[in-house]
Design a protein around this ligand. Structure first.
Ligand SMILES: Cc1cc2nc3c(=O)[nH]c(=O)nc-3n(C[C@H](O)[C@H](O)[C@H](O)COP(=O)(O)OP(=O)(O)OC[C@H]3O[C@@H](n4cnc5c(N)ncnc54)[C@H](O)[C@@H]3O)c2cc1C
Length: 411
């Protein structure tokens, strides 16, 4: 085995969480070496547009930084197209083939990978979406008059449906559950936002599954378990993602039996000293929500990557990573936003309603406001996020909808 530079800070995963970790290290004054290693050949780019503008409007990839900024300004030893296949936390090295790269501090930010459906045949025309490469293939395959079947009415599947619809494709979304998105936003809001499909010309079929994919070399149609046959030039499997941890199988790092994420403490340190994790791959106790969790959203990956690096490198500034989860999603020109948790006793609409194109829905657990879902109400949501962080009483949550003067006079 050969040793290859490294030491100092090594970050595995050159995407949002990994990049934010690197930026946070340099911003905090870290002058030792930083090595950023990513399996993809591309400079770090933003994933959310892949299912939105990139597909719908043919937008260009959205790179966060130029190579010059990364290599020269941030002084990062950048290794793209490099899959890390292991880590020895005793000897403090990561391995790439027969090379060993030593580290003093390691941040794991390897994100998540799409789940696949093992029973689908290995023929052309069945894709998942996670990477720029995936998005390019999907973009090339959809267009005016093409038939798209999306398996799974989750956020990414729904965004792809919406983008394909904008490109003139005929889209059918197939969902096994009676109501989509229940785990993410609960039944009431799951139903309300899924109705956007029907209102925009996409066929959503719930409580159905695919019995058979028809086609020899390339997909031609799908047969559902209710007997219906739907023509398909392309099938997108959008049934969620799993943390990208297979390369850690022999690492001895503790993994969550609940969601497969890397178990971290409140400071994002894993079960190995000096090894931290951040982003979609990390499972940690979130003090603000009184629960351990693994999140798959942009804001968490960015903030957690930033904090993990601070905690790893600057002990005097170390603090617990706590957050009120926040995500957004865009379908058919509508913005869906959610903060907090959908685990609640009740959900009530305080503005608009489930059949309207704008609403604010509040989630109540005991006396507290624990979650908020909005449709096309972008200015309200961050106020609610702060309110949940402050553990605000549900009865005062309505104040946020009042104009500023009325809200302050009622307190
Ligand atoms: C299509 C799409 C749309 C989305 N839209 C939204 C949205 O609208 N709103 C929202 O809040 N969130 C959205 N998200 C989620 C958000 O993009 C993710 O939460 C975020 O990208 C997670 O960042 P990450 O750095 O943790 O992981 P990732 O972005 O998954 O990056 C992990 C990187 O690590 C690399 N890697 C993995 N294993 C190894 C290894 N062993 N060695 C080296 N490199 C490795 C991967 O190749 C990858 O580049 C979307 C995600 C996708 C895929």
């Amino acid at each position: 085995m050969t040793n290859e530079a490294g030491a100092g800070l090594v970050v595995v995963g050159a995407s949002l969480a990994g990049l934010r970790a690197v930026e946070s290290a340099r911003r905090g004054g870290y002058t030792d070496s930083i090595t950023l290693i990513g399996a993809e050949i591309y400079l770090p780019y933003d994933r959310p547009p892949l299912s939105k503008g990139f597909l719908a409007e043919g937008a260009s990839p959205d790179y966060f930084l130029t190579e010059e900024e990364l290599r020269t300004e941030l002084n990062v030893d950048l290794r793209l197209g490099t899959f890390v296949d292991g880590v020895d936390t005793e000897r403090k090295v990561v391995t790439v083939g027969d090379q060993e790269i030593p580290y003093e501090r390691l941040i794991i930010a390897t994100g998540a990978e799409p789940r696949v459906l093992a029973h689908l045949p290995a023929i052309d025309g069945i894709l998942t979406l996670r990477t720029l490469e995936d998005a390019r293939q999907i973009r090339d395959a959809i267009g005016e008059g093409s038939n798209l079947v999306v398996i799974g009415a989750g956020f990414i599947g729904s965004e792809i449906a919406s983008s394909a619809q904008a490109r003139g494709a005929t889209v059918t979304v197939i969902e096994a559950a009676p109501v989509p998105l229940v785990r993410a936003v609960g039944e009431v809001v799951g139903k309300a936002i899924s109705a956007l499909h029907g209102r925009n010309g996409t066929r959503l079929l719930t409580s159905v599954q695919i019995d058979e994919v028809i086609g020899t070399d390339h997909v031609e149609a799908v047969r559902l378990n209710n007997g219906e046959i739907i023509p398909a030039d392309l099938i997108i499997v959008g049934v969620g993602a799993a943390p990208a941890t297979s390369w850690l199988a022999d690492s001895g790092l503790e993994m969550s039996p609940i969601d497969g994420g890397i178990v971290c403490d409140a400071f994002m340190q894993t079960s190995a000293e000096g090894v931290y994790a951040a982003g979609d791959v990390a499972h940690w106790p979130n003090g603000l929500m009184d629960s351990t969790m693994r999140l798959e959203n942009w804001t968490n990956a960015a903030d957690q990557g930033t904090q993990a690096a601070t905690n790893a490198l600057f002990s005097e500034k170390a603090k617990k990573y706590e957050t009120v989860p926040y995500f957004w999603s865009d379908w058919y020109g509508n913005r869906i936003q959610f903060v907090g948790t959908a685990i609640a006793d009740s959900v009530s609409f305080v503005s608009g309603g489930p059949d309207e194109d704008k609403f604010v829905a509040l989630y109540r657990a005991g006396d507290r406001l624990v979650g908020v879902a909005t449709l096309n109400e972008p200015r309200r949501i961050m106020k609610y996020r702060r309110f949940i962080a402050e553990r605000g009483d549900f009865d005062r949550a309505g104040d946020i909808l009042q104009p500023a003067t009325a809200a302050s006079s009622s307190r």
